[in-house]
Ligand binder design. Sequence first.
Ligand code: BGC
Length: 516
Amino acid sequence: MAGGFIEKGSSEKNYPGKLTFRVFITCVTAAFGGLIFGYDLGISGGVTSMDPFLKKFFPDVYAKEHNIKPTDNQYCKFDSQVLTLFTSSLYLAALVASIFASKVTRAFGRRLTMISGGVLFLAGAALNGFAQQVWMLIVGRMLLGFGIGCANQSVPIYVSEVAPYKYRGALNMLFQLAITIGIFVANILNYLFAKMENGEGWRYSLGLAGVPAIMIIIGAMFLPDSPNSLIERGQAEKAKKELIKIRGTNDVDEEFKDLVAASEASKQVKHPWSSLFKSEYRPHLTMAIAIPFFQQLTGMNVITFYAPVLFKTIGFGGTASLMSAMITGGCNALATLVSIFTVDKVGRRKLFLEGGAQMFICQLVIAAAIGSKFGTDGNPGVLPKWFASTVVVFICIYVAGFAWSWGPLGWLVPSEIFPLEVRSAAQSVNVSVNMIFTFAIAQVFTAMLCHMKFGLFIFFAFFVIVMSIFIHKFLPETKGVPIEEISLVWENHPYWNKFVKSSAQKNKIAAPDSQV
Ligand code: BGC
């Protein structure tokens, strides 16, 4: 997940170190981690809208889609729990794997977790690409999910440990950019493969997920273990040698000393999980749950997963649906760039609030457009030209709003607000809550569309209002705040100050700057 631990401008300390080849390989591998995740987010919706795929694996859905008359209710034509299980099973598996992977990461290092992730991912892609029956699809998706769970747990941690101090912030955002590029590539490939005459294009869409998997396996083989992980596993000597190589200088004493101290400090906290439930960590636990919950309740993944299905439901042809998904995928990737360049200038809160307002307006326009043409009986009659372009344009503006607010910030903010002693536990809560709600939205979308009709967009718009109020009232600005001083933003917050301990009290367990 894009949840690396970033310390933008986070210390007066200035450890020497260059962008070495090792660091470069790390970034490339991390990018493949993001691409893999994005590819899976983006591929399944297009595939489930391809007729040959539906005919082979979900003949009932196919029959329902094709036997429906233009005068029938269109909202329910894709309503099938098995069909959505094809998309959602991945996130359930990823949830299980990320819990399990955190143990592997600690005991055997980040590299092994990444390699295992890549291998599981490759197996899943192969099973999907060669699938003959539905169970092969679902098991394949679960293997991909296990792979993603492993990669998302290990890659961001590894990156933030190995990357030179000053580049961590940018790298964290780059991970989200890689996710959106993965989604976009998946949209383009779906569009191209759907045109294959033999009707087997979906096999290529699903099977090609193996390419980034092979890359991540090869990349991880060349990666050294991170110094932090070596220290954690009692190999301090080796860790120092490694740090010298990674930084490209012998002048690493200060950083090494801090790494050891950080590792000691995190060992002092015997029960990070139960600590997290103490009242002094109330703001952190609240954010670890609320931010990923709200991120998913923006409704973005309805577009990520099901844009082609949605476009088909509202009357677009198969090719137009895949083409429109490609357009929204492109907007997502481009708008993510905007947040990379603005987040440290305008701050997190402003982006959250602006993005929220933008999404809210678009959701209302989309609901009104679909409502005015389809009503509640889902019977559109003849669709006018303005309809298609209005829907696509407003979906794009909505996607852009998400892409420069809740998309990247949903990962960035949690990664910078947790104090060291509970960072690892809080990050696990954050990833798990995200996966649970990603799963839930993926699973219930077609049923929600069938029952709530155009009101689905009003439902998400309502949550966008709630989350914007939440941000306005409860989230302190963290722009430019050194991570060691992050507790100050809570102490100075008009609501949270009654929960957190003051700095003086906290100094006893002062957390040296480090990760996990
Ligand atoms: C979210 C995903 C979403 C993606 C879309 C990520 O930050 O966690 O659920 O699909 O952004 O760009």
